[in-house]
Write a protein that binds this ligand. Structure first.
Ligand code: UD1
Ligand code: CA
Length: 476
């Protein structure tokens, strides 16, 4: 069966009270429209057409191509009118056109596939996917005749008191055979709203005796439409819960699943343990058997197997290799790579640097634009001075180097293999391999200096001080 997919995304979204187009509002970090496109792609259609309106450029810029074509609806004259706008683009279509709303981010592809099977097996011209809800007032009601056949869909504002009681509602997902598609031109204007309602396609099809069915096979949790911010936050909570549940099912441990937030593109290995308040964002991958302690945020990063990310650490666009340990309170800025078995400790900031295997930077350091070899020890308070006010420069620290505490390495500079840098040094020139570099003022000890100072203070006492001391001694 050849399939084309149309996604309606040209509405104004007035109920969101936002300058951002409704379909770009995000659920778990994903714009709603992108979530719908992702579902559409799983159906393997010939084409995906996205109907956009006045804010179309912004939508295109945010969503990008993703294998879809955009069709312009110049004015938002309703969902029926939006579908009319794709008629020219679909003139070579042969099979079925599946219509989705761009504001239904929780769509479950399995339900859509099941729906399309029913549509085909029952040889319908038009099918609509429906569900039951306790709050039908947000949706169009499915009106069936005495024999259970769907005859129309009535929007809440047009429904009479009997119709308002109906709990079966329209999901906004339709399957329309191309042969019947021209009926979208027959949709009348809704007198109350002055718009063309796609829902009226059902009544129009019944009048033409086209075979039409409504399949009540989904749930609100997977089909809900988002019109308000309240619904958006509800959908976010549902998606968040679904994502965490799916990782639990695949063998990931959570100490407090409700407090964790995981982006849909994240991947987590088995036996990994995730503590409370962890946020895993973007295209992050966590390996097997790792531990992510509380209050950690990781974005677009790759964490290896058996790694340990300790409390309150932030990792962005970086890579942490197997069994490495980072944190607590560490910050890996974009472009950092932490080698196997390496250790990055508390209050260490790393930026655009490579840290070799088994290397340690355990406390209070800034390492930026550096290439650090294997088995290096970076003492507390070490700073790579990578910026001269104009440009960034590289620090190279070769294998087996020992950097004493409180050292500044003024880049560009190279510390040769096996070299030592004495604590408190400011290194401005390259250090040859296997040598010791110190650069600090030589220590001078003046013995007896303190007593001498006290004596000299005595000789310089003022007359008033002396008089006061005397008064003190005589008790006056
Ligand atoms: C629509 C249905 C309702 C259904 C509900 C499911 C109609 C008239 N009503 O109501 O029966 O229960 O979805 O969620 O269809 N759009 C356009 N162009 C327009 C108007 C809207 O492309 O001129 C797009 C919107 O961007 C949105 C989708 O169509 O993605 C649905 O529009 P919306 O205004 O949200 O319809 P609802 O009132 O939710
Ligand atoms: Ca809607």
């Amino acid at each position: 069966m050849s399939l084309d997919c149309v996604i309606l995304a040209a509405g104004l979204g007035t109920r969101m009270k936002s300058a951002v187009p409704k379909v770009l509002h995000t659920v778990c970090g994903i714009p709603m429209l992108k979530a719908v496109i992702t579902v559409a792609r799983t159906l393997n259609p010939e084409r995906i057409l996205v109907v956009i309106g006045k804010q179309g450029e912004r939508i295109k810029n945010t969503i990008g191509s993703l294998g879809v074509s955009y069709v312009l609806q110049r004015e938002p004259k309703g969902t029926g009118h939006a579908l009319r706008c794709v008629r020219p683009a679909l003139r070579n279509s042969r099979g079925v056109i599946v219509v989705l709303n761009g504001d239904t981010p929780l769509l479950n592809p399995d339900i859509i596939k099941k729906f399309l099977r029913y549509h085909k097996n029952d040889k319908n011209s038009i099918s609509v996917l429906s569900f039951n809800t306790k709050n039908p007032e947000h949706y169009g009601r499915i009106i069936r005749n005495a024999s259970g056949q769907v005859i129309s869909i009535v929007e809440d504002r047009d429904a009479d008191s009997m119709q308002k009681k109906i709990s079966e509602v329209n999901s906004g997902v339709y399957a329309i055979n191309y042969d019947a598609f021209k009926i979208v031109d027959k949709i009348p204007v809704n007198p109350a709203k002055g718009e063309y309602y796609l829902t009226d396609i059902i009544a129009a099809a019944s009048r033409k005796n086209l075979k039409t069915s409504a399949y009540c096979i989904g749930t609100e949790e997977e089909l809900m439409g988002i019109n308000t911010r309240e619904e958006l936050s509800k959908a976010s909570a549902l998606m968040k819960r679904n994502i965490v549940q799916s990782w639990i099912a695949r063998g990931v441990n959570f100490l407090d699943a409700d407090s964790v937030s995981i982006h849909p593109d994240v991947c987590i290995g088995k036996e990994t343990m995730i503590y409370p308040n962890v946020c895993l964002d973007g295209h992050t991958r966590i390996g097997k058997g790792s531990v992510i302690y509380p209050n950690v945020r990781i974005r677009n990063s790759d964490i290896g197997n058996g790694a340990v990310i300790k409390d309150s650490t932030v990792i962005e666009d970086s890579r942490v290799k197997d069994r490495a340990s980072v944190g607590p309170f560490a910050y890996l800025r974009p472009g950092s790579q932490i080698g196997t078995d390496a250790r990055i400790g508390n209050f260490v900031e790393i930026k655009k640097s490579v840290i070799g295997e088994r290397t340690k930077a355990s406390h209070l350091s800034y390492i930026g634009d550096a290439i650090v070899g294997k088995d290096v020890n970076i003492g507390a308070g070490t700073i790579t001075c990578n910026y001269d006010g104009r440009a960034k420069h590289t620090t190279k620290i070769e294998d087996g180097v020992f950097i004493g505490s409180d050292s500044q390495l003024v880049a560009p500079v190279r510390i040769g293999k096996g070299a030592y840098v004495g604590a408190g040094s400011t290194i401005t020139r390259d250090v040859p391999p296997m040598s010791l570099a110190t650069s600090r003022v030589h220590q001078m000890n003046r013995e007896g200096w303190v007593q001498k100072r006290q004596g000299s203070v005595g000789t310089r006492r003022s007359a008033t001080q002396k008089a006061a001391d005397k008064r003190g001694r005589t008790g006056r």
